[in-house]
Design a protein around this ligand. Structure first.
Ligand code: FAD
Length: 289
């Protein structure tokens, strides 16, 4: 399994994010495995697998990453700091090593509703990055970045400074939070480069397929809605088929614009919907790689 930083240094990448489905939705994981097999047809440079804070789904996440590796894909295992410490980080690294997995996305993790967290050794993603680097200097570590600034940090320049700190401590690539206006991403990359961030910055693209889901995600991330997207909600919000079609067009146009600008990579948040992710790539003119 190759290092993602190395792959990113060679060419602009295309990658996907999937999440471990709940056991009640997909007990034997046949559903997610068939999703991954379908996504493999686009020959992604890597596939990332999300992680629940406190590792509620860690076994399933590991199985999914191993399945992807067995199918010739490069998995990227997310790992979250919330409620975790050195002990859990060491156990996670051992589990990855055992399976030949060599890429991790180090995140603080979403805070539980109500905000009650029992912090252990890590308070920020940067604390965990430093620890992972110390425990396993050979593993490739990525981290998150926020084109519109992280919701808990009112000062975008300070947020970039903290992102740069993650690089300083060992993150060698970044994946961005979703955004719906490419100019916001371009401006972020410009400011991050001016602040000295050197690692590849991959653009995270979230297709809007259902109006209700999109509103929830927008609320959670605090990302802004450009007028063109607001108009889509207005026009198609009550018609799921038309909304999905328009949402796929919107994501395809976003990807097209990002590629034309020569971004380091495009990471599609698939929400485990392979057919739609592949259709978006087809509409963006990159189905056949
Ligand atoms: P951090 O880098 O720790 O930043 C969090 C906040 O703390 C920011 O406001 C930052 O400015 C501030 N901060 C950072 N360092 C310091 C410091 N040293 N001192 C003071 N303040 C500081 N969540 C999950 O639970 N599971 C996932 O699998 C998952 N995958 C994700 C993938 C991507 C690409 C992205 C963008 C997000 C993902 N998330 C996931 C959500 C993520 O956990 C949240 O956005 C979380 O709120 C912040 O995570 P972070 O790693 O960016 O945190």
């Amino acid at each position: 399994v190759r290092s993602i930083a190395e792959i990113l240094s060679e060419r602009p990448c295309l990658s996907f994010e999937v999440f471990p489905p709940k056991p009640t939705d997909d007990e034997d994981m046949r559903g997610i495995f068939s999703t991954l097999s379908a996504l493999a047809s686009a020959e992604p440079d890597f596939v990332s697998v999300t992680y629940s804070p406190a590792g509620r789904n860690s076994d399933r996440a590991l199985s999914i990453a191993s399945f992807a590796a067995d199918r010739g894909m490069t998995p990227l295992s997310h790992f979250t700091a919330v409620g975790y410490g050195r002990e859990e980080a060491a156990a996670m690294l051992a589990a990855l090593r055992e399976r030949g997995l060599r890429n991790v996305l180090a995140l603080r993790g979403d805070l539980p509703p109500g905000g009650e967290v029992r912090w252990k050794d890590f308070r920020h993603a940067s604390d965990m990055i430093e620890c992972i680097r110390g425990l396993d200097p050979g593993i490739c570590v990525g981290a998150a970045c926020y084109p519109e600034g992280h919701a808990e940090c009112a000062d975008p320049a300070l947020d970039i400074e903290r992102t740069r700190r993650k690089e300083e401590l060992g993150a060698s690539f970044f994946i961005s939070q979703l955004f719906f206006d490419n100019d916001i991403f371009f401006s972020f990359v410009e400011r991050a480069r001016a602040a000295g961030l050197r690692s590849p910055i991959v653009a995270g693209v979230m297709p809007v397929l259902r109006a209700a889901n999109a509103r929830r995600i927008i609320e959670l991330t605090g990302c802004s809605i450009p007028p063109a997207l607001a108009a889509l909600f207005e026009r198609h919000g009550g018609d799921p088929v038309a909304m999905e079609d328009a949402g796929m067009d919107y994501a395809a146009a976003q990807i097209d614009g990002l590629r034309a600008a020569g971004v380091d990579g495009i990471h599609v948040y698939t929400m485990n919907r392979a057919a739609q992710a592949l259709e978006i790539l087809r509409r963006a003119g990159i189905a056949a790689r």
